[in-house]
Design a protein around this ligand. Structure first.
Ligand code: GLU
Length: 492
């Protein structure tokens, strides 16, 4: 290809970007980076009623989080500024006027009430709802009269009444639509804002977009766009409509398949590297088997030829697995840094233990294999980081006959721990097994009780390794607190 590759991600700031949106962004970014082209971020904010405060920030945050840097767009600027469509209204207006002057578009004065009644009639007759072209050939005098009455028209596109519109899609091959099935779509609304179609085509042309890679829900818009390019005498870009993303049950991806907003994945503790790898495989593959690929490998290998033609399946289990793999690749200290905010947001402002590299590198191997997300890691390991534990004292009695049995067992354990010459996992195990027998408890009962006392939890990494990392002083202190907590409970 000797042409400069210029692709764009063109979100509408109408909500949080979800998996489908960001997969589109990623494929465009990979395609641009692979071809040493440009990746442009253009904000399609022409639907004022649907624009949501905060959506733009979350789009940009999501892109930044995933490392999808844009060469042109908001904040980056660029030779085709502005990159917000709401700041380009004059451009669309003049394009609409040009089309009217050429007889390719017309003013439509139909009231919302008339359009509504028309649609109801069509539905009754089981016809697809479509504009009946009432204003397409209004006599000039009628136009003047309506204007004189102050009716503000919209601008509609003259779709050819006959023939077919054919275009090539890089993934689907030749696609063709009967023009008779297309509506005379609105190009410019009465508030002066363009519709998606007009703004999108105008900007893709003016911003010299070479390839349009977008979700396949836009495929049915493309014949309209092709006709618009034609009417304007513009060369259309190359189109590739990316396969739909479905849940494992093959239903449209939704909340019940797990998080769908990108920001939620971040909040749940997925790593951006894992997310990029996972998203890249939603409709693209290197070969039949390779799953783990770094960003550099993805950039080096991405090609539209290997984008699939069939639906991509979003499998949360696979993401969890992949995220676990990426977490295990991190250096303990890096992992800890990423986990810390999750620990802090989980437990509130209590003081945390001094977090030395050495301490963290002892914790990480205990938790790393079990946690698939940073949040899970935090949930499994928070007790390592806090001086004071919070738990219901009743929890300690699960699996123990009575409060007094538990009290006696903990006091015995405390004394034995205090006297243990070496405080390591093996010595603790050698101490605890016979001690359980002496106390007349099953090992599981005794270990569970001790686990509750030193961690505040019923499930943790292996008990003796955990205690060894916590250290003798902290274990003793926690057993003392547990004894105190138990003492104030009613004897059972
Ligand atoms: N603004 C459209 C969207 O929200 C862009 C579609 C396109 O890429 O043409 O997805």
């Amino acid at each position: 290809m000797n042409q400069t590759i210029r692709v764009r991600y063109a979100p509408s700031p109408t909500g949080l970007p979800h998996v489908g949106n960001i997969r589109t962004a990623l494929f465009n970014w990979l395609f641009a980076r692979h071809n040493k082209g440009k990746f442009i971020l253009r904000i399609e904010d022409t639907d004022v009623a649907r624009t949501q405060p905060g959506a733009l920030e979350s789009i940009m945050d999501s892109l930044r989080w995933l490392g999808l840097d844009w060469d042109e767009g908001p904040e980056a600027g660029g030779p085709y500024s502005p990159y917000f469509q709401s700041q380009r209204l004059g451009i669309y207006r003049s394009i609409a006027e040009k089309l009217i002057a050429a007889g390719q578009a017309y003013h439509c004065f139909c009231s919302p009430e008339r359009l509504q009644a028309m649609r109801e009639e069509q539905t009754k007759r089981k016809e697809p709802p479509r504009y009946d072209r009432h204003c397409r050939d209004l006599p000039a005098a009628e136009v003047a009269r309506l204007r004189g009455e102050g009716v503000v028209p919209v601008v509609r596109f003259n779709i050819p009444l006959e023939g077919r519109t054919v275009f090539k899609d890089l993934l689907r091959g030749e696609v063709s639509f009967e023009n008779s099935t297309l509506d005379d779509l609105v190009l410019l609304k009465s508030d002066g804002y363009p519709t998606y179609h007009l703004a999108n085509v105008t900007d893709d042309h003016l911003m010299e977009i070479s390839h349009v890679l977008r979700a396949d829900e836009w495929l049915s818009s493309t014949p309209r766009h092709v006709l618009l390019y034609d009417a304007l005498g513009f060369q259309p870009p190359v189109f590739a409509h990316l396969p739909i993303i479905l849940g494992p049950d093959r239903a449209k991806l939704s909340k019940r398949h797990g998080a769908t907003a990108v920001t939620e994945f971040k909040e749940q503790g997925y790593l951006p590297e894992a997310m990029v790898n996972f998203l890249s495989l939603l409709g693209w593959s290197l070969d039949e088997k390779t799953e783990l690929m770094s960003r550099e490998e993805l950039v080096a290998n991405f090609s539209l030829e290997r984008v699939s033609r069939t639906a991509a399946i979003f499998n949360l289990e696979k993401l969890n697995w992949m995220n676990g793999v990426y977490m295990r690749k991190l250096r303990p200290q890096d992992l800890c840094e990423k986990v810390m905010p999750f620990i802090e947001s989980g437990l509130g402002p209590e003081p945390k233990c001094p977090v030395s590299d050495e301490y963290v590198s002892q914790i990480t191997p205990l938790v790393q294999d079990r946690a698939r997300t940073l949040r899970e890691f935090a949930e499994f390991s928070d007790f390592f980081f806090y001086e004071d534990l919070k738990y219901e004292a009743g929890m300690l009695l699960k699996g123990v006959k009575s409060r007094d049995t538990a009290l006696h067992a903990l006091q015995t354990a405390r004394q034995a721990i205090a006297e243990l010459p070496r405080f390591d996992a093996t010595s603790l195990e050698c101490l605890f097994r016979p001690l359980a027998a002496e106390l007349g408890l099953k090992p599981g009962e005794f270990f569970g009780l001790t686990r509750g006392a030193v961690t505040g939890k019923t499930a943790t990494p292996p008990l003796f390794e955990t205690m060894a990392v916590l250290g003798r002083e902290r274990c003793l202190k926690r057993i003392d607190v547990a004894v105190k907590n138990l003492s104030v409970l009613k004897p059972s």
